[in-house]
Design a protein around this ligand. Structure first.
Ligand code: FAD
Ligand code: MLT
Ligand code: ZN
Length: 459
């Protein structure tokens, strides 16, 4: 039997898509930078269905690319060229349980949208601690797999801090499940923690136990014009424990205004704008140019969308997601224009974590500008993958901020859990020249690892 027949038998014909017109959208990422056809798209509705997909793919030696909302920005959610992969879409695993009154926890299916989890928490008088502009499409499984950050990290921490336990299907089809949610549990290795940020390379997350926080009323949202990033940091220093602290640059604000028609938010044009959300009115100098209005969030949240809307005019952005120690933000921003010249460059981000999204335009697919920007961040002790993950965009540059020993340990974990490189090969870890790439690559060259033979075949 073919992979497709096995999948149809397990999931039903309606949930196995092979028509290229229908699989096309599953093969292209949100930015349009990465695109390759999926051999087949499988849409299981429960954990047993995910097990069946993983087992069938393993039997036929076909890689599995797990996809949630496909809003990821580093190319990890779509197949690589020539991979002939099965895309395992989780969007039907979309149940969201009630908030447990005693623990404040809830369990969500991996395919539930972030917005649906936020809504369920709200209905119980609680708050889910992660928020980002792609909330209506991004899934809980995707946010766990990328350890997504967003605009509330300074208040609640990133996704890792919200996860109590994970259920996942491993590459051999076994299920590990930690959804019980005891308040304390130090029993051995933290497998759930290992799966957070694993970008579909160690297992397919099927459900997650999440903590929620007591709901609070709306904070005060203030936009403040700044001469430079150090002035923005000074405002942040005067307002410790903000609910959000986001940064925009004049060029990005102009893009957003062009696309949305929003009016100028302040009386003057400023090179840097700080969006501060605080419990009460913020502490600011008397001469600060500032505006208070909850709608100010639109100027910040619509940056990614504005760039995508203008894609035919601007071209596909290369999205770099770096974080710098606060005292290095100024020098990084000062050196960035010379690093990215002649490419138009737009920057915005999450100031509280020193996280800047550097969007470089008019770059060729393998342009050295990506590495130059990431090297600059690394040279100042920063991160090259602050919240979007590594994906395929940065796998080859892991060595910029991870030692040989760390990369070797990551490889050992990958080999232990997915010895044949079935799950998302090419993502997160650079290919291994000594081992000839993933098991799937080797199978294609004729040196078949055992699992690529159909166990039901005679002999
Ligand atoms: P996908 O894009 O489908 O997948 C992302 C990665 O996770 C892939 O490697 C995929 O294989 C893996 N994966 C997905 N589901 C599973 C699963 N169930 N099990 C195992 N692996 C899985 N990110 C931030 O961190 N902060 C932001 O502020 C932010 N803002 C954004 C705003 C916009 C407008 C957009 C388009 C994106 C933004 N992102 C942001 C990026 C993106 O939304 C996040 O990375 C999100 O976590 C991806 O979720 P997803 O369901 O779309 O995952
Ligand atoms: C953001 O904070 O706006 C997101 O991470 C998305 C992006 O970088 O485009
Ligand atoms: Zn971000």
């Amino acid at each position: 039997m073919s992979l497709e027949s096995d999948l149809r038998e397990a999931l039903g014909t309606a949930h196995v898509i092979t028509d290229p017109e229908l699989t096309a959208s599953y093969g292209t990422d949100w930015t349009g930078r990465w695109s390759a056809p999926a051999r087949v798209v499988a849409r299981p509705a429960d954990t047993a269905g995910v097990v069946a997909v993983v087992r069938a793919a393993r039997t036929h030696g076909v890689p599995v690319v797990t996809q949630g909302g496909n809003t990821g920005l580093v190319g990890g959610s779509v197949p690589r060229l020539g991979q002939d992969a099965v895309v395992l879409s989780t969007t039907r695993l979309d149940t969201v349980g009630d908030v447990d009154r005693r623990s404040g926890q809830l369990t969500a299916g991996a395919g539930a949208t972030l917005a649906s989890v936020q809504q369920r928490a709200r209905r119980a008088g609680r708050t889910y601690g992660v928020d980002l502009a792609a909330r209506d499409s991004a899934t809980i499984g995707g946010t766990v797999a990328t350890n997504a950050g967003g605009v509330r990290v300074c208040r609640y921490g990133d996704t890792r801090h919200q996860v109590v336990g994970v259920e996942a299907v491993l590459a051999d089809g076994s299920v590990v499940s930690r959804l019980g949610g005891p308040a304390k549990d130090s029993t051995g290795y933290d497998l759930s923690g290992l799966l957070v940020g694993s970008e579909g390379t160690l297992g397919v997350v099927t459900a997650v136990r999440l903590r929620t926080h007591p709901a609070t009323t709306q904070g005060t949202v203030t936009l403040i014009g700044c001469r430079d990033v150090d002035e923005a940091l000074a405002h942040l220093g005067a307002n410790p424990n903000p609910w959000a602290a986001e940064v925009m640059l004049a060029e990005g604000l102009d893009l957003v205004r062009r696309v949305t028609g929003l009016p100028a938010p302040l009386t003057r044009n400023w090179p840097i704008l700080l969006l501060l959300e605080t419990a009460d009115l913020p502490s600011l100098p008397d001469d600060a140019d500032a505006a208070v209005d909850p709608r100010i969030w639109e100027y910040r949240e619509r940056h990614t969308e504005a760039m995508a809307t203008l894609v035919t005019e601007l071209g596909v952005p290369h999205k770099m997601d770096v974080a710098l120690p606060p005292d290095r933000l100024g020098v990084f921003l000062a050196e960035l224009p010379a690093t990215t010249r002649p490419h138009p460059t737009y920057v915005w981000g999450h100031l509280a974590e020193g996280n800047l999204h550097v969007n470089v335009l008019a770059a060729t697919p393998d342009d050295p500008v990506d590495e130059a920007v990431l090297r600059l961040a690394a040279s100042y002790g920063g991160s090259i993958a602050a919240e979007h993950g590594v994906g395929i965009a940065k796998a080859h540059l892991l060595h910029l901020t991870r030692s040989e020993a760390e990369i070797a340990a990551m490889r050992a974990v990958k080999r232990a859990l997915d010895p044949d490189g079935l799950l998302n090969p090419g993502v997160l870890l650079p290919r291994e020249p000594d081992r000839g790439g993933s098991g799937v690559d080797r199978a294609r060259r004729g040196t078949l690892p055992p699992w690529t033979r159909d166990p039901r075949a005679p002999g």
